[in-house]
Design a protein around this ligand. Sequence first.
Ligand SMILES: NC(=O)c1ccc[n+]([C@@H]2O[C@H](COP(=O)([O-])OP(=O)(O)OC[C@H]3O[C@@H](n4cnc5c(N)ncnc54)[C@H](O)[C@@H]3O)[C@@H](O)[C@H]2O)c1
Length: 347
Amino acid sequence: MIKININASRNYDVYIGSGLINETGALIRQIAPDSKILVITDDTVYSLYGERVISVLKDSGYQTDCFVFPHGEQSKNLETYGRILEYMSRAGMDRKDCVLALGGGVTGDLTGFAAATYQRGIGFIQMPTTLLAAVDSSVGGKTAVDLKTGKNQVGCFYQPMMVICDTDLLATLPSEQYACGCAEIIKYAVIKDEQLFNRIFETPVSDQLENVIADCVSIKREYVLEDEFDRGARMALNFGHTFGHAIEALSGYNILHGQAVAAGMAIITRSAYNKNICDKTSLDRLMEILEKYGLPAVTDFSPEKLAEVAISDKKASGDAITIVVPETIGRYRLEKIKKADLISWIG
Ligand SMILES: NC(=O)c1ccc[n+]([C@@H]2O[C@H](COP(=O)([O-])OP(=O)(O)OC[C@H]3O[C@@H](n4cnc5c(N)ncnc54)[C@H](O)[C@@H]3O)[C@@H](O)[C@H]2O)c1
């Protein structure tokens, strides 16, 4: 087991390892010995791991309850959020109690936002079950729900009290969901860690899961500690996301987040190479690793469409947009591009 401490506005530990599901009660006892625990999860994850987690918590003496919602991004909305709050209220939960998000990024974002706002904040534990949630969304405290007008339009920063990542739970992930997590891992490696890039280039992530997740969490930790509220440095974690989000939106969310981010990273890196910002070897290696992990490097959407959607994103204010651009594997720079020049930049 690997333990990583994150000393942000809340100080918490991230536990990563095989078999941790059996330790859930004992781990939570360290930080919330007298809480009632509401497990929040989607129907797919509930059917795989819900009863197991609840029984481990009960065996540790916890009073436990469970809220299950239909899986998928379409549940990450105000309606599900409202239903969770009503459920917590009817169950008589108060500020000494906890919610445990058992699932992927959708469950984590939704549960975190409910935890942050119910009675102005109750205990919140993350138990990621997707690779994407393990390496990214379970750490760092961003919570959100979507509006009909766009993704993650309502939310807040609210750090969890603990993250428990049992790597065994990732074994049941469908391959395309697994690949989406790999896209985020490649993102971390390209912006910050050439050694990690080389390792996942040579050896599949699945053969070194615990260490790779720990490396990614450590990289994310650096950015969260420097810029918890996402006003500057944390922007680096958006590598591939500017056009990734555009691809996701243009596809009506039929293209998965990680697949879209992969294509977004390829688009930016190709443009960076054409502008002599990034070297050819780095571009070639990125293309090769995306192929190895079954991730796309191209999109059918035109530069005009991509630019139009990217410009309307909530993060693109003023007349320029800031893009994370790799210079080589392991190093990036931020490029401020005038919105009017964006099409030609990626065209
Ligand atoms: N808060 C953040 O910092 C942050 C960062 C990145 C992404 N996100 C958000 O995360 C969400 C995407 O996360 P995701 O890809 O984990 O989506 P998800 O939570 O919808 O999970 C993907 C699918 O995998 C299923 N699943 C989960 N665990 C499983 C398992 N162990 N075995 C089999 N199936 C399993 C789920 O039921 C779901 O159908 C988006 O809403 C995105 O906005 C948030």
